[in-house]
Design a protein around this ligand. Structure first.
Ligand SMILES: [Zn+2]
Ligand SMILES: [Zn+2]
Length: 275
């Protein structure tokens, strides 16, 4: 992912220059700086998680069901299946609070630009994102291939975080595009919890979570909460702190399970104004 940094920087520069003429800024330096710091924190925790998890995945691989040779077809199949699993991971991340506690970081900006793609949480390994890739290992894809397609999927997603590209014609039918992903980052009632795709939008179309961007409904970006911060630590631990406070006041096991794994709780109306 770090090897692609020059490409990412080039796209950000192009988008920033092309948006300077707009009345509403698409970039705030405080927001972008927070995104970059969050990306570095996320990369650090991902490297650590990879080191810790690789032995587990190699151990798990011995139970694989099929022997899958490495060729262009098996790589394409791994990519397709991982994208399918990503869809469900992402959908679960919006409906299970333990996963949302990490994923909310990505949605916490009120802006939408290429740097928003960097806004990731270092707590994804704690939430258990890696669990969603275990079926691929058990099917017979090697751990190295699985990690490669996971990285490829995430790299693709950088390019859908922009307002500089409107619609992409027939590609809109098959691929997750900037238009589809703007909808995903919007908190308008009609757009909320839609378009969970990683690379292929077909999963949303198949499983009923697709909504197209509408000209008469401009996207309002961010979460529905009143929370707004440009401090990377506050952004990272925002929902975890809320959960911890609720756990302290918890009175039963049933309540505890709801706090941890129920629908995410939202606090407020997304009315905080940026200066
Ligand atoms: Zn999301
Ligand atoms: Zn996104």
């Amino acid at each position: 992912m770090l090897a692609l940094s020059p490409v990412f920087v080039g796209f950000i520069a192009w988008e920033w220059l092309s948006s300077r003429r707009l009345t509403v800024g698409r970039y705030r330096w405080q927001d972008s700086a927070a995104n970059v710091v969050l990306a570095l924190m996320h990369q650090g925790s991902d490297m650590l998680a990879l080191l810790l998890l690789m032995p587990f995945f190699i151990w798990l691989y011995q139970f694989h069901l099929f022997t899958i040779e490495l060729n262009v077809y098996s790589v394409a199949l791994a990519f397709l299946l991982q994208d399918f699993l990503y869809y469900w991971f992402h959908r679960a991340s919006h409906h299970i609070r333990w996963l949302w506690a990490s994923h909310v970081t990505h949605h916490s900006s009120r802006l939408m630009n290429f740097s928003t793609a960097f806004r990731q949480s270092l707590t994804y390994p704690i939430s258990g994102m890696w669990l969603f890739w275990t079926p691929l290992i058990l099917l017979g894809f090697t751990p190295a291939l699985v990690f490669a397609v996971v990285a490829l999927n995430l790299a693709f997603q950088f390019f859908v975080h922009t307002q500089a590209v409107k619609k992409l014609g027939v590609l809109e039918w098959v691929f997750n595009t900037p238009s589809h992903h703007r909808v995903h980052h919007a908190c308008n009632p009609v757009y909320i919890n839609k378009n969970f795709a990683g690379v292929l939008i077909i999963w949303d179309r198949l499983f009923g979570s697709f909504v197209a961007e509408q000209d008469n409904e401009p996207c309002r970006y961010g979460i529905t909460d009143d929370f707004y911060s440009e401090n990377p630590l506050q952004i990272t631990f925002y929902e975890w702190r809320h959960m911890l406070n609720e756990i302290k006041a918890c009175r039963s096991w049933r309540q505890l399970v709801t706090i941890l794994f129920g629908e995410p709780v939202h606090y407020g109306t997304n009315d905080t104004k940026l200066d």
